[in-house]
Design a protein around this ligand. Structure first.
Ligand code: GLA
Length: 418
């Protein structure tokens, strides 16, 4: 009798362990490349409702963004109702979302898109709506019922909350709810999540919020919003922490929100080089053809989505011009020349200067001294004025002379010549 009891308990434990592992595996297979999508915050802040989100869903399909890889449609702050329901479940703001979140999720899914939502580890969100503190399991369950695929989890009103504990708690709550949901951690890099969160979230913000400033931070009173270049500088030392399923997140894109075309192009290119999540933040219903061309550039996106998932390294810099390299699959490399100056710069790219090994992450070498690469110019149609106009495919056998406009970028994909 005792034996049977022991056997049954053992079997029960094994079953629990097995289902736990199966669940963990389900979540660890998500975000194998940096997530791509759209989020409401950068453009619309709290001014969101069901009509707007549905129009975005339509536009994501009609403008070819879904085909280009942008699959998540993410609601940020302020979708919440003022109170929980009688059973303490979180509700949508009934005025702004009269059909409810389940119906909205169904609409988003019917378009072939995935549905993202936002909450906060504290008692209130940054926009003053209801946070998840003390309701983590219930909120995760509600999201699963609504068909949520992506959760951005913010960090306002978290005095006395421990970040490792809070994010692990919501991860476990999501797992328990049983629906695979990408967990996007948004605690602004305060507790160095890159050091502890690779098994907790699929991506973590590395800095405070981005704003519509290309170069220079902007004070917001009690906090500081960051410029594109300032965020970029803060990513340089973090590359070893990123990889498939766990990404550094330098915040959502400001492309199409008011930068110059050159700035949009270099901001987008650098986020691609960084293997950053590509979460658009502009009004995709009304964007210009130039913006659309930038955010759907298939070569730039392929650099971002390369399955090896290695973040670019800053090789060198000279008078405000930076040289970045990102190892890609099949012994290829992406290379970018970023001009941080406001005026144009003439550059000579002598490949022999860039023989190096990425000792820190991929251990791969460029070997320009022994190997010749064919050069594909990612932005060839738009911005490059090279001084040689040979019809032959350019290779790394010869240096490249080019002009890079102020705040603009050159971006190349190098493929070993057969
Ligand atoms: C924080 C986040 C932003 C955005 C707002 C919403 O500031 O970092 O990305 O989600 O909250 O209130």
């Amino acid at each position: 009798m005792i034996r049977t009891k022991t056997l049954v308990s053992l079997l029960f434990c094994a079953l629990i362990l097995w289902s736990g592992n199966a669940m963990a595996q389900k979540f660890s297979s998500l975000a194998q490349t940096p997530p791509m999508g759209w989020n409401s915050w950068n453009k619309f802040a709290c001014e969101i409702d069901e009509t707007l989100i549905k129009e975005m869903a339509d536009a994501m399909v009609e403008k070819g963004l879904l085909n280009a890889g942008y699959e998540y449609l993410n609601l940020d702050d302020c979708w919440h109702g003022a109170v929980r329901d009688e059973n303490e479940f979180i509700q949508a703001d009934a005025k702004r979302f009269p059909s409810g979140m389940k119906a909205l999720g169904d609409y988003i899914h019917s378009k072939g898109l995935k549905f993202g939502i936002y909450s906060d580890a504290g008692c209130e969100t940054c926009g003053g709506r209801l946070g998840s503190l003390g309701h983590e399991y219930q909120d995760a369950l509600q999201y699963a019922r609504w068909g949520v695929d992506y959760l951005k989890y913010d960090w306002c009103k978290t005095e006395n909350v421990n970040p490792v504990g809070a994010y692990t708690l919501i991860r476990d709550a999501i797992r328990k709810a049983g629906r695979p949901i990408v967990l996007s951690m948004c605690e602004w890099g305060h507790s160095k999540p890159w050091e502890w969160a690779s098994e907790v979230g699929h991506l973590w913000r590395t800095t405070g919020d981005i704003c519509l400033s290309y170069d220079g931070n902007v004070s917001q009173g009690d906090w500081t919003a960051l410029g594109v270049l300032q965020i970029l500088d803060l990513q340089v030392d973090l590359r070893k922490y990123a990889g498939p399923g766990h990404w550094n997140d330098p915040d959502m894109l400001e492309v199409g929100n008011g930068f110059t075309e050159a700035e949009d192009r270099s901001h987008f290119s650098m986020w691609c080089m960084l293997a950053a999540p590509l979460i658009l933040g502009n009004d995709i219903r009304t964007m210009s053809d130039e913006t659309l061309a930038i955010i759907t550039n298939a070569d730039a996106i392929a650099v971002n989505q390369d399955p090896m998932g290695v973040q670019a390294l800053k090789h060198s810099a000279n008078e405000g011009v930076e040289y970045w390299f990102k190892p890609l699959t099949d012994n290829r490399w992406a290379m970018a020349v970023l001009n941080r100056n406001t005026e144009s710069r003439n550059v000579t790219i002598d490949w022999q200067r860039y023989n190096f090994t990425d000792d820190e992450v991929s251990k791969l070498s460029t070997n320009f001294d022994t190997k010749e690469y064919e050069i594909k110019n990612v932005w060839a149609k738009t911005n490059v004025k090279t001084k040689t106009k040979s019809k032959k495919t350019a290779t790394t056998a010869k240096p490249i002379n080019a002009t890079v406009e102020g705040h603009d970028i050159l971006m190349y994909i190098l493929t070993p010549k057969k």
